[in-house]
Design a protein around this ligand. Sequence first.
Ligand SMILES: *[C@@H]1O[C@H](CO)[C@@H](O)[C@H](O)[C@H]1NC(C)=O
Ligand SMILES: *[C@@H]1O[C@H](CO)[C@@H](O)[C@H](O)[C@H]1NC(C)=O
Ligand SMILES: *[C@@H]1O[C@H](CO)[C@@H](O)[C@H](O)[C@H]1NC(C)=O
Ligand SMILES: *[C@@H]1O[C@H](CO)[C@@H](O)[C@H](O)[C@H]1NC(C)=O
Ligand SMILES: *[C@@H]1O[C@H](CO)[C@@H](O)[C@H](O)[C@H]1NC(C)=O
Length: 408
Amino acid sequence: MVRETRLSPLIFTLFTFISFIAVLYSHDFSWAFSTFRHHQQFSALNDPPPSLDELKHNKSEEMLPFAVGKTLKECDIFSGKWVRDKENKPLYEESKCPYIQPQMTCQEHGRPDKDYQFWRWQPYGCDLPKFNATLLLEALPGKRLLYVGDSLNRGQYISMVCLLHSLVPENDLLQDYNATIEFYWAPLLLESNGDGIGDDKVSERIIRNGSIDKHGRFWEGADVVVFNTYIWWMTRLKLKILTGSFTDSVQKFEILKREDAYRMGVRSMLEWVQRNMDPKKTRVFFTGMSPSHTRSIHWGGEPDGNCYNETTPIEDPEYNWALHSHESIMKIMDEEFSRSSVPLSFLNITRLSSYRKDAHTQIYKKLWSPPTEEQLANPKSYADCVHWCLPGLQDTWNELLFAKLFYP
Ligand SMILES: *[C@@H]1O[C@H](CO)[C@@H](O)[C@H](O)[C@H]1NC(C)=O
Ligand SMILES: *[C@@H]1O[C@H](CO)[C@@H](O)[C@H](O)[C@H]1NC(C)=O
Ligand SMILES: *[C@@H]1O[C@H](CO)[C@@H](O)[C@H](O)[C@H]1NC(C)=O
Ligand SMILES: *[C@@H]1O[C@H](CO)[C@@H](O)[C@H](O)[C@H]1NC(C)=O
Ligand SMILES: *[C@@H]1O[C@H](CO)[C@@H](O)[C@H](O)[C@H]1NC(C)=O
């Protein structure tokens, strides 16, 4: 759990909340988790229900921890399209989830449209399983679901909390789920000079090689871990890597291209997973790059525009944000994850999110400081085209996580 004093007040708020959810869903837990039983209740999406023999066979030979079914082999759930869905979306109301940070409550901050809330991700090859909060909580008695990473991962964490908060049937709240959902702030996963209170203002990042345990010791014992790390590595073309420790009297550095630095970070994470996670009992996820929409010209818009005032997704299925941005980083993930023998499920949300130029917080969020006259006269100049409104896109990321966890 997150206990260190270096934590920003923001995290403390979340920490309070974490305790709260632990209380909300805690007390005695009397329901014995049985993969087998779930198995019978939830057969695969499009498959006929498996026979008992198949179940036993799968369970002993290839069932991943937490799995209760399977997604069709041919179906890549990250390949699909956005479909307008006013009936089933959003999965919760912004005003009904008390945990959304003011940096993400777009309606409260005056966003005029709500359209961004009414989209469902439809994979080409199958349907996504319906997000079932009860199933998730029942799978985690005495267990920890831990998100580790930056503000984008925190957004996904809060989305998950809202999904659980609002989708657990009212009378089930009386039932006791001893499940812990946590977020640990480590934007680069490794130790850096940007980890602490107010340190996000540090102009030059220094990242310490080989330092993953500095944060990693707080992740030990988690049952499901969802990592992300990306945007903080992109602040400069070259990054300063500390080869010794921050307390050395003479600090030694190497300067790495950001791609090489990022590769170093991903490798450290994989190596940490190898050392600390038991693939027979736990699951590890990595959420891919979250795209920004800072230049409308990329999707055929005004030359000087960005995500501000965007209310509809990009319709061109060929649009590929990675081409405009950090394709080299995508390649590094492809290489490192395929080379590694560490079992890790990659949430490949980049492309599907890149269509969602409409889903960012824009100017409709709590700002760190009030906008100046000049900014007010030109709102796009201070629009946030990196983070996302909740409810919204990040709920889909968790639906995909849900699918990969229970129907791998
Ligand atoms: C959700 O999961 C619970 C527990 O496994 C199950 O009893 C319930 O029927 C499921 N709900 C839906 C809508 O599938
Ligand atoms: C809840 O789970 C934790 C392990 O994460 C365990 O130590 C604790 O005893 C459990 N509490 C109850 C009331 O079951
Ligand atoms: C980082 O540490 C690893 C393992 O100790 C080493 O192989 C690598 O060369 C180091 N990289 C840098 C830039 O110091
Ligand atoms: C926002 O977009 C609408 C049309 O979609 C347009 O009429 C309006 O002028 C735009 N507002 C700004 C401030 O760009
Ligand atoms: C993620 O999806 C993109 C297509 O959107 C693909 O090019 C890339 O190889 C995928 N990455 C991994 C690691 O599966």
